[in-house]
Design a protein around this ligand. Sequence first.
Ligand code: NAP
Length: 248
Amino acid sequence: MKLLEGKCALVTGASKGIGRGIALRFAEEGANVAFTYLSSVEKGEALVKELESKGVKAVGYRSDASDFAAAEELINSVVEEFGALDVLVNNAGITRDNLIMRMTEEMWDEVINVNLKSIFNTVKASTRTFMKQKSGSIINITSVVGLKGNAGQANYAASKAGIIGFTKSIALELGSRNVRSNAIAPGFIETEMTEELDENTVQGWRDAIPLKRGGQPEDIAAAAVFLASDLSSYITGQTIQVDGGMLT
Ligand code: NAP
């Protein structure tokens, strides 16, 4: 029996990396998948075909996560197209790193809007649907950086710490309607986001991780399947670290 058979999931920022890994794993578990992207149009179109080849319904939406009106339009379209929304994964995210001395207001605003405001946008737009259904699983992708901070990433760390507070608050607000809200805090995951880092830094991180390897999108996808499925039906308000023991 597949764990997400017949469920409808929306994954933001799924054209590559962790979001793509989650979308593919959800489809393997029988979920119909809606997803978003912003600039990677070809990758988005290719993902639709890949998801469909797993025997599920799939639709990709070009939608800016930081735009509130776009989120309302997105959720309405998904509910109309799929007839329900069971799982919402807020994954879209960016980095604009610099020391605070050199961080511009634009770098701050962009990261807060794409990483944090985006989650307000989709949750606000889908709450009525979840409450009417009396079921739903919201999964927000934060980071170990939101738990411990990181020099050069004050904007990113603030956005990710904000996600954890938001996740807990929504769990308290929607729990009585059987709507769960949890977060996943990845450690170092090998995607395009971390590709820009120099190999020495990356090797240093790998050596410092107790499990002695960088994580893969599939590692995060496995935790997302657990939180999306009924296996976690008594878990809400939590942040699960998937970091190979990096932050212990
Ligand atoms: P990635 O490879 O850079 O992928 C980011 C995804 O987000 C892409 O699909 C991108 O779509 C989408 N996106 C970016 N801005 C968007 C916007 N304004 N609207 C809609 N979609 C947007 O990054 P990743 O490593 O997979 O990271 C995914 C999430 O995990 C992020 O929230 C990140 O902070 C978090 N995370 C990553 C790591 C890591 O080590 N990689 C660790 C901890 C947490 P387009 O390409 O179409 O723009």
